[in-house]
Design a protein around this ligand. Structure first.
Ligand SMILES: Cc1cc2nc3c(=O)[nH]c(=O)nc-3n(C[C@H](O)[C@H](O)[C@H](O)COP(=O)(O)OP(=O)(O)OC[C@H]3O[C@@H](n4cnc5c(N)ncnc54)[C@H](O)[C@@H]3O)c2cc1C
Length: 380
């Protein structure tokens, strides 16, 4: 693996950073305060091709690799954690499953507009009683002639309030051993009987749209089933492996923002007659923060590179997600510590990073679940 970014990856980094610093970062505190989803920013990101980075040009994408996509997530997350989460979910959860498992017709109908940034998609797996245990899904889809009739409830679904469609996981039958068969079905958000409520009052990532979904006798054509209807469980495990790379990249971006603020502040703040950056206690914190962020970033790149090579990447995606989110939380916490009392004030913007990054230890598989995945990969 080459640790130097390619020319294309470097160009994407510079382009997204410039956009994020100009259009996103100056508004991040306001969006956090008002819990406002920046829909206009998503339109602009679509025009710049940022929403289609990892998809081939034939499907409206930019033909970039997973490392380029991870770089884009990091740069957007560095500017605003909530916007970063919605971006990562739009690409990894809304669009990618259709790219991985969809038929040609589904790709043309649903993926192309998403890759071009004309529409957004969402992925509805979690339910009030099925979180880490996603196999415990209770939403049901029953085949009735040429249509599935879907009934159930989903919670905390990112971007659903702005999505054209949500990929819903639902039980569609039982296998030979009596276990539930889970399928993934593309459900248009304007389908009759589909209610989407976006009333959650979140601790962080407040610029991200998060919704509760209720499906009451929602009918969709049976062609909307994604890929092999008996493989829905395997499909979402693969989708989440990819999504974990993006959550890790987002954690790196948020941690980087907190670190940069802490370094700047440490050089400016004077106590006992000198800059606090001259105290070894502060220097050691900053050294650890810089080192751990760099290590987490390298773990993200490695997992992304393995994915691009078509090699197994489940373990490395979990390594990256677990390490980057836990490291990122420590970094954001230390960034507040370095700011002292000012860090506790909203005005300095570091407390937002801590609130935002906490979600990285929960979403797309909690830290406990990452350790289970890794242990399983180790053959335990
Ligand atoms: C802002 C936000 C956005 C989200 N976006 C989406 C989305 O777009 N789509 C979607 O489908 N979901 C989404 N989620 C849901 C998210 O993926 C779940 O919250 C997460 O998977 C954990 O599920 P849970 O919250 O039900 O926790 P639970 O599974 O109830 O876990 C509670 C605690 O028990 C621990 N635990 C559970 N099982 C085990 C075990 N076997 N061993 C050890 N510990 C265990 C967990 O680690 C955790 O600490 C989102 C959540 C949030 C908060």
């Amino acid at each position: 693996m080459n640790f130097e970014l390619t020319k294309e990856q470097q160009m994407i980094k510079e382009m997204v950073r410039e956009f994020a610093e100009k259009e996103i970062e100056p508004n991040a505190a306001k969006w956090d305060e008002t819990a406002c989803f920046p829909v206009e920013i998503f339109k602009k990101m679509g025009e710049l091709g940022i929403l289609g980075i990892p998809f081939p040009e034939q499907y409206g994408g930019a033909g970039g690799d997973t490392i380029s996509y991870a770089i884009a997530v990091e740069e957007i997350g560095r500017a605003c954690g909530g916007t970063g989460l919605s971006y990562a979910a739009a690409v990894s959860l809304g669009a990618s499953p259709i790219y991985y498992f969809g038929t040609e017709e589904q790709k043309q109908q649903w993926l192309v507009p998403m890759a071009k940034g004309e529409t957004l998609g969402a992925f509805g797996l979690t339910e009030p009683n099925a979180g880490s245990d996603a196999g415990g899904t209770r939403t049901k889809a029953v085949l009735d002639g040429d249509e599935y009739i879907i009934n159930g409830e989903k919670c905390w679904i990112t971007n659903a309030g702005y999505a054209r469609q949500v990929i819903i996981t639902a039980v569609t039958g039982k296998d030979g051993r009596g276990k539930n068969i889970i399928s993934a079905i593309i459900v248009p958000t304007d389908a009759s009987g589909f209610t989407i409520r976006c009333n959650y009052d979140k601790m962080g990532v407040r610029a991200s749209n998060t919704c509760e979904l209720v499906l009451e006798n929602v009918r969709v054509p049976k062609e909307n089933v994604l890929g092999d209807p008996t493989k829905g469980f395997k499909q979402f495990l693969y989708t989440l492996d990819g999504g974990r790379i993006s959550i890790a990249a987002l954690a790196v971006g948020i941690a980087q923002a907190a670190f940069e603020k802490a370094l700047k502040y440490a050089k400016e703040r004077t106590q006992f007659g000198q800059s606090i950056s001259k105290f070894q206690a502060i220097q050691f914190k900053l050294a650890d923060m810089a080192m751990e962020i760099e290590l987490a970033r390298n773990m993200v790149y490695k997992a992304a590179w393995l994915k691009d090579q078509g090699k197994p990447f489940t373990k490395e995606a979990s390594f990256a997600k677990l390490f980057a989110s836990e490291t990122g939380f420590r970094v954001c916490n230390q960034a507040i510590q370095i700011h002292g009392g000012y860090g506790y004030m909203k005005e300095y913007g570091v407390e937002r990073h801590l609130r935002d990054i906490k979600l990285m230890e929960i979403g797309e598989g909690t830290s406990e679940i990452q350790r289970l995945v890794i242990a399983r990969q180790l053959g335990c």
